[in-house]
Ligand binder design. Structure first.
Ligand SMILES: Nc1ncnc2c1ncn2[C@@H]1O[C@H](COP(=O)(O)OP(=O)(O)OP(=O)(O)O)[C@@H](O)[C@H]1O
Ligand SMILES: [Mg+2]
Length: 238
């Protein structure tokens, strides 16, 4: 066998130290185990993400967006690109349309599927449902949700339907705690809403809106149809 000079030198050195066996040792398996652990972590995270979704949201992937519009909608393209380049993104996303049923939630969850399948930790919060859960706990004098703890350990937090909740000083405070904590933990936010920043500003604490503006890029769902209506028309046409 052709041994190069540095290999011979290494061998002599190992012999001297009585460690020659190390040179013959098979490649260490740790690397492979580590890869397997990373892979298992990734699969577990994805399973946890899907398990935590309401039934209706589980199938909300980019693959299940049907082609009613005759091609990709602009928000869909932006969202796909954002998901593919994450975490190298400049900011989170604020998915806005005045009209209902334009696919904001579907697209936010589709991004969640991609990121969770890549091993990122993604949380989904239905804002109205969350506030009602906390409120119920509150009335029993046993708050059931610690809003400040929700974002911890997350990479991305999807806040679905912000602005649809009934407003009060208490609601404002809860939202401030939630959003401020997320931002201070550098969690990336994806917000869906039917309210403009201005409308949100009129309804909730300025501090909340200012933070959201600072950490998200606006994606307008302009000219996108109400897909619920489209689904309804299709069913009637059958
Ligand atoms: N591009 C699309 N093609 C076909 N169906 C779609 C598309 N986008 C969304 N949908 C479907 O249309 C319905 C409404 O979408 P979604 O709930 O995401 O709307 P939304 O904008 O979040 O509505 P809201 O403002 O009421 O919260 C869902 O069943 C969703 O799966
Ligand atoms: Mg929605």
């Amino acid at each position: 066998m052709d041994i190069r000079p540095w290999e011979a030198w290494l061998r002599r050195l190992a012999q001297k130290a009585g460690k020659e066996h190390l040179l013959e040792a098979p490649p260490i398996e740790v690397a492979e185990d580590a890869t397997r652990d990373v892979e298992r972590d990734r699969e577990e995270r994805y399973a946890a993400f899907v398990a935590g979704l309401p039934e209706l949201y589980r199938g909300m992937t980019f693959g299940t967006l049907t082609d009613i519009t005759g091609g990709f909608t602009a928000p869909e393209s932006i969202a796909r690109m954002w998901a593919d380049t994450y975490p190298d993104v400049p900011a989170g996303l604020f998915l806005y349309s005045k009209e209902r049923g334009t696919g904001k939630t579907h697209i936010a969850i589709a991004i969640g599927h991609i990121l969770a399948s890549r091993g990122f930790s993604v949380g989904v919060i239905d804002v109205v449902a969350l506030l009602s859960r906390i409120r119920n706990g509150f009335e029993d004098k046993h708050p059931s949700v610690d809003v400040e703890r929700i974002p911890s350990g997350r990479d991305v937090l999807i806040l679905d339907d912000l602005g649809a909740e009934k407003q009060s000083a208490w609601v404002s405070e809860q939202l401030y705690l939630l959003i401020n904590t997320a931002i201070s933990h550098r969690v990336d936010l994806i917000v869906t809403s039917n309210s403009t920043f201005k409308e949100l500003g009129e309804r909730m604490d300025d501090r909340v809106v200012s933070r959201i503006i600072g950490c998200t890029d606006l994606v307008l769902f302009n000219g996108v149809p109400d897909f619920r209506l489209e689904q309804h028309k299709r069913r009637r046409a059958v």
